[in-house]
Design a protein around this ligand. Structure first.
Ligand SMILES: Nc1ncnc2c1ncn2[C@@H]1O[C@H](COP(=O)(O)OP(=O)(O)OP(=O)(O)O)[C@@H](O)[C@H]1O
Ligand SMILES: [Mg+2]
Length: 569
């Protein structure tokens, strides 16, 4: 996908910046660590502030330190400096191997928090955070106060460590602080320096739990990941690259223009990243028309290239209905087993404390000790070590136990509580073709976690008189999840279960459901005693009674699922 100049010409920058306001920038002002002139002001508010000003945005800036700090880079904005006897100060040195080293000299006594904001500042549409150390801003306090704001996290500082000799180090993988701050609505900016030692799954996990991750890479440009797509963007030439301001300006420009289009935003971002390098210091940055003309004339092509070489990701299906006993587990287990036999790599996640799927696949006894999902959700253990093999070919299980009932309660007070399953599954998403989640008969946090993690929801509906009752609250929950946490969620279909062929009532219900829901599957699951018996033999229906009406019906449902998902076994 090449960037065309017309895309930039079409941008009405004054409209773009107006619709970004109000913008809040929270971060510590320090002196420019990489400028030859020691007095040049630096820190995220300085660079981001200059960039948003050049784009026509007047921001509210919250910072902390000595009142007499140099605020020349903040002109044009409304600034509140929380009084502290120390302004954040680093000392720059060089390691014996010639790499840059940082040492902490002074820092404010406490973290910036949402209660520091002046009452009269409006709720921000966009918040740009620029922590320079893991704990210099109480970011959660802002999340709580402004749950609807878009967040742009310049996250390098969250990866730093402070050693006992006050030297600043770097974590080699994503820190818990960073992971916990990732959630829908958040964009993370990092640089190549922090991420170079990360594994692919480190990155996948982060991408899965937030909106977008952008990694700037000096004069090489930047790398963006959102969902399954990844983009690399060439930089435009700039004289020197050795500065932090470039990443901050990149992030600020991206934040302001993101609503217009991804391509325009990233183009603007590399433009201002380069400007920060060219024009360091407190002087204003060039306004948009000037940057646009540089972008247009630049000899180096600035391209956004879609990469096809990403690992294929499993499609995730939640089997949900808050009504009890409608055939969720029977459907989840049967379909999972059939898809596995067809040669797909299938993971069944038992997200029900009753653990019926677990006991029907690996037995009661094993399931007593199988608190796998609990350990994943609450204790943050990695999924890969907790997977259980099953008798069924191609089918793995992430088991459940009664302990999971506690998780529903314990999750309430944890961070990112709705996205924990999604984050956890992202680390195994390239190991499977399909992940099926068997939900409990309730619309609590376990079902919400399943819906947030899923691409699709499959709804089993028992063909009885009250079948449609309760369907509307399930639909409402699905809509809430779609609107707030997982815009990609789709209803895969409604599966009619336990259909009694001799009953007129079933036929009537079936007609009613089909007329109201076009997504109803053609295949109908009959009431079949074999289906009820199979679990007690620890067998799936295709092993226990492959020729039974139940097995035949689930086979044809599985084929419909494959067709709707466009899966190729
Ligand atoms: N088509 C069917 N014919 C006969 N019995 C069935 C059929 N489908 C499910 N059953 C039986 O009905 C009971 C409930 O089914 P299942 O456990 O699949 O429902 P569920 O929606 O998962 O229940 P819960 O809400 O408690 O998790 C089980 O005993 C199961 O064996
Ligand atoms: Mg069940």
């Amino acid at each position: 996908m090449a960037v065309r100049v017309e895309e930039l010409d079409r941008l009405n920058m004054s409209e773009v910046s107006q619709s970004a306001e109000p913008v809040l920038i929270v971060g510590l002002v320090t002196r420019d660590m990489f400028s030859a002139d020691e007095s040049t002001p630096g820190g995220v508010p300085s660079y981001a502030g200059r960039t948003v000003a050049a784009l026509g945005v007047r921001a509210n800036i919250l910072t902390i330190g000595r009142q007499e700090m140099d605020r020349s880079a903040l002109v044009g904005h409304t600034v509140k400096i929380v009084e502290d006897s120390n302004t954040l100060t680093f000392l720059i040195g060089e390691t014996p191997s010639g790499e840059r080293s940082l040492r902490l000299v002074n820092r404010p006594a406490r973290a910036l928090c949402a209660s520091d904001l002046p009452e009269e500042w409006p709720a921000p549409r966009n918040i740009i955070f620029g922590p320079l150390l893991p704990d210099d801003i109480d970011i959660e306090s802002f999340y709580r106060r402004f749950p609807d704001s878009k967040v742009w996290m310049i996250a390098q500082g969250l990866q730093r460590t402070i050693e006992s000799d006050q030297s600043i180090g770097l974590n080699s993988s994503p820190t818990d602080t960073l992971k916990q701050l990732c959630r829908p609505g958040v964009t993370i900016f990092l640089s190549r320096i922090e991420t170079k030692s990360w594994s692919q799954s480190d990155m996948d996990e982060l991408v899965a739990s937030c909106d977008l991750v952008a990694v700037t890479n000096g004069d090489q440009g930047a790398y963006l990941r959102l969902g399954d797509a990844s983009y690399t963007v060439d930089a435009i030439p700039a004289q020197a690259i050795d500065t932090t301001g470039a990443g901050d300006s990149f992030a600020a420009a991206f934040a302001i223009t993101r609503e217009s289009s991804l391509v325009a935003a990233v183009k603007t971002a590399v433009g201002y990243g380069a400007m920060a390098v060219e024009k360091s210091g407190p002087a204003p940055m060039p306004r948009w028309p000037e940057v646009r003309s540089i972008l247009r004339d630049s000899e180096v092509k600035s391209q956004v290239i879609e990469q096809d070489n990403l690992a294929r990701h499993a499609v995730i299906i939640a089997v949900a209905n808050q009504k009890g006993g409608v055939g969720k587990t029977t459907t989840a287990v049967s379909i999972a087993a059939i898809l596995g036999e067809m040669g797909l790599r299938v993971l069944l996640v038992d997200s029900d404390p009753q653990a019926n799927a677990t006991s029907s696949l690996i037995g009661r006894e094993a399931s007593e000790s199988s608190d796998a999902l609990y350990r994943v959700l609450i204790e943050g253990e990695s999924i890969s070590t907790l997977l259980a093999a099953t008798q069924s070919s191609g089918l793995s299980l992430l088991g459940s136990s009664m302990a999971l009932a506690g998780a529903e309660v314990e999750l309430v007070s944890t961070m990112a509580r709705e996205t924990r399953l999604k984050s956890a599954l992202s680390s195994v998403q390239s190991d499977f073709d399909v992940i099926i989640i068997d939900c409990p008969p309730a619309l609590g946090l376990l079902t919400i976690n399943a819906l947030v993690a899923s691409n699709f929801v499959l709804i089993p509906l028992q063909c009885e008189y009250f079948a449609l009752e309760g369907l509307s609250s399930l639909q409402e929950t699905i809509k809430l999840v779609k609107d707030n946490l997982n815009s990609g969620l789709q209803i895969l279909g409604i599966a009619l279960t336990m259909v009694d062929n001799r009953a007129n009532l079933a036929a009537e219900v079936e007609r009613e459901v089909r007329s109201r829901f076009a997504a109803t599957f053609e295949s109908v699951i009959p009431r079949s005693v074999r289906l009820a018996e199979a679990p007690s033999h620890m067998q799936t229906i295709s092993d226990y009674a492959p020729d039974s009406a139940g097995a035949v019906a689930y086979n044809s449902l599985a084929l419909e699922v494959i067709e709707r998902l466009d899966l190729k076994p």
